[in-house]
Each structure stands twice: as C-alpha cells, then as structure tokens.
Design a protein around this ligand. Structure first.
Ligand SMILES: [Fe+2]
Length: 268
C-alpha cells in the first residue's frame, strides 16, 4: 500500500470512547441496552478486535492496523439508531444500515479527526461493508480495508449464529426467524447453489439450515489468510455443521467445505 495510513493508537481510542458513549446513549432507564443492541455492541467490539488482529498478521504497518480496527469498530454504528427507530435490523424494512452508519460517523465528525486519505478509506469501508460484493470502481487504497472489515464481519457472524443456535437464543434474531422455518433441511435451490459454488439469492433462504449453507459458501469470499486461519482454528465448519439436521447431502456439504478451506489456505 502506498501512502500508508498514519492513524495512531490515541486516535483509535478516541473513536472507541466516542463509540462506547454513543452506544450507551441507547440504554434504557435501567442502564441496559435492549438485547438486540447489546448484541450489536458486542459484535462491533469483536469485529474491531478481529480486524486489528487480521491486519497485524497480514503484516500491515501500525497506522493501517489502527485504521482497520477503527473501520471494524464503526462499520455498524448505524445499527443503534436503526433499531431505535424501526425496531428491526432488516434493511429492506428500514434503512440501508451501512449508509446509516456512515451518516452517524459523519455526524460525530470522526472523518475530520483523520487525514483526508484515511477519512476516504474509512468512509468507503463502512459504506460498502454490506454490499453483495465490493464494487470494481472502489479506490485502490480503500479496497484492502473494505475486504478486511467484510472478513472480520463474517467471522463474527459465524460466531453469533453458532452461539445463538447452541444456546437456544435465536429468538434474539427476529429479523431472521420471522421469515424462515427454524427446523428442516436446506432447501433444494440453496443446496444446488452450494454445490455449484454460486451465490444464494435472498429469496431462496427458507430455513435456518439455508443460512448455515450460505455461511459455508462464504469460505470462498474471505480475502485474508489470517481470516481463513481463524475459520480453521475456531473449528467453524464443524461448529456450524453441528446445527444442520440430517439430510442426504449433509456429509458432502461438510466435506466440500473442509476441502475448500484447505485449498484456500494452500493457495494463500
Ligand atoms: Fe453491518
């Protein structure tokens, strides 16, 4: 990367202080956040930590590591007002939460704390984190940060789903369970897409199993070796696989997922 970011640990801490104070502002009279917002607060902290660790392991310089951590920290800043206003995390029924996150960060004046080139990177990484794919015309300096925050976000979605399914807490995700069946095998269209290695259309997702299959397809979308390494170290495939009910292709799904992970680790 040319013009390596110069962001400092002090600036990251300033972002962190702002973020924690901002999130706490959504607490009720009892001082607690509603469970959905608490979930996002914890998600954000984990994504920031993973983004920092992935950037460091990828060999980025110190300023870029701080900026990566800041993008992880701020990528979902809009989730709090989205939920307060619309009582949902479903963008289709409310607002594009990436655009909302950027608006919240702009409102807080955070880009002005950074050098202009770093502010542009932060804006791009936040704005594009929920797109189906990163647009081809993204500025070259922004691309690695956009890729990295998307990797860190996916790693935490793996964790959140496994945690929720393991602890019977899927009711924390009404935006998912309102629209799909909790029980049942993956849908034929989703399995077909999985074996063809093709993206799954939102409308094809009918069961929680379908979501799990979609997450296993994300192994193709992770960009950074340290992110793939974490999938292996965290035993993500087996953990997600535990929640798949019996169906004829079940072992083939898991075997292919393990093979893809091994191949992708080899090629990096
Ligand atoms: Fe997000």
């Amino acid at each position: 990367m040319e013009n390596q970011p110069k962001m400092t640990p002090e600036l990251f801490h300033r972002c962190q202080d702002w973020f924690e104070t901002y999130a706490a502002g959504f607490a009720g009279a009892d001082g607690a956040l509603p469970p959905m917002q608490q979930l996002k607060l914890e998600h954000t902290r984990r994504v920031a930590a993973d983004a920092r660790a992935i950037a460091a392991e990828a060999g980025w310089d110190a300023g870029a590591v701080e900026l990566a951590a800041a993008t992880g920290l701020l990528h979902d800043a809009g989730r709090f007002s989205q939920y307060a206003e619309f009582r949902t995390f479903e963008d289709r029924r409310s607002v594009n939460h990436a655009e909302r996150s950027l608006a919240v960060v702009e409102q807080a004046g955070i880009p002005a704390w950074l050098a202009p080139d770093e502010a542009a990177i932060l804006r791009d990484a936040i704005r594009l984190h929920n797109r189906p794919a990163i647009p081809d015309d993204i500025p070259a300096a922004s691309r690695p940060f956009a890729e990295l925050v998307r990797d860190a976000d996916k790693l935490d979605i793996f964790y959140i789903f496994d945690d929720a399914l393991s602890n019977d807490r899927l009711s924390l995700y009404p935006e998912i369970v309102l629209h799909v069946r909790l029980e049942g095998p993956p849908s034929p269209a989703v399995l077909e897409a999985f074996f063809k290695r093709e993206p799954v259309h939102y409308h094809a997702i009918q069961t929680v199993s379908d979501f799990l299959i979609v997450q296993l397809l994300w192994l193709h979308e992770l960009h950074f070796r340290p992110a793939l390494r974490r999938v292996a170290d965290r035993n993500t495939i087996a953990r997600l696989g535990r929640h798949l009910p019996p169906f004829p292709e079940r072992e083939a799904v898991l075997a292919l997922s393990h093979r893809v992970l091994a191949e992708r680790l080899d090629e990096h």
